[in-house]
Ligand binder design. Sequence first.
Ligand code: CP
Ligand code: NVA
Length: 303
Amino acid sequence: MRHFLCIQDCTSQQLNHLLELSIQLKGLHRQGRLKRTLEGKILAMVFEKASLRTRMSFQVAMADLGGLAIHLKPDDIGILGQREPVKDIARVLGRYAHGIMARTYSHQTLIELAQYAGVPVINALSDWSHPCQAMADMLTIKEHCGRLEGIKLAFIGDGNNVARALAFASAKLGLSMAIASPEGYELDDQTIQAANAERPCLVQLRDPVEVVQGADVIYTDTWISMGQEAQTEQRLRAFQGYQVNAELLRHAPNAKIMHCLPAHRGHEITDEVAESPNSVIFDQAENRLHFQRALLQELLGKQ
Ligand code: CP
Ligand code: NVA
């Protein structure tokens, strides 16, 4: 594995290996026995958008493994390609760092960085996908449900970057996923076909109640992703009826509740549900760190 841009690009074997390594490193971390496998390694972290979990977990993971992460904020280099071409940024960063982690508006920017950098590039969220989130979520599901094979994942809301990454993770790792979205906000046909070509596993539906029936896990994400703020009013209208709340959970009372965070309580999820005993949202946030450590060791450790 050279880069980590999209779950779809990885084999099931590679993803399972990353999960096993995450579990192993999580165990060593808890025992205070992590090795400094990335001593002398530098990670450049480029952000076009805000971040709490992704920024912190990558920076802590690099520190844990003896490496250094350098954070380039939107104020530092702005939207990639505006101050200088993406291909130039890629080649400059590739001369200083052993890997690049980037959070971009356009997925195409990541592809271009990967094409020119000469070092591994990691997707820290783009408009197309959030693969590090989906893998931390797979780790969380495995821990809480004891397995991934045959798990029923219900996604309520926007067919966005997080939903797409979960769809491909489900296809590769043996889960089935049903998604309920309002008209115009479904997952795109290309994603649905590609995920189902891998393994028939994904259905796009309209009715949240239908989707949560028999679910092991109910997942939701914001109705307004970063960069979509201008559509706030129309999105708030469109997503009425797609809130994960106590009424919806009556149809799947034992399901674990997941959210990638940040959560907008009162919109896609109620405070009551986010704080309920079945909510595993902070385990997901913690597992970002454990997955990132494995990913960095795999990509940068072999440089
Ligand atoms: N879930 C997630 O990626 O959070 P941040 O946007 O805070 O990094
Ligand atoms: N879909 C959200 C995820 C944030 C982690 C966004 O892109 O803003």
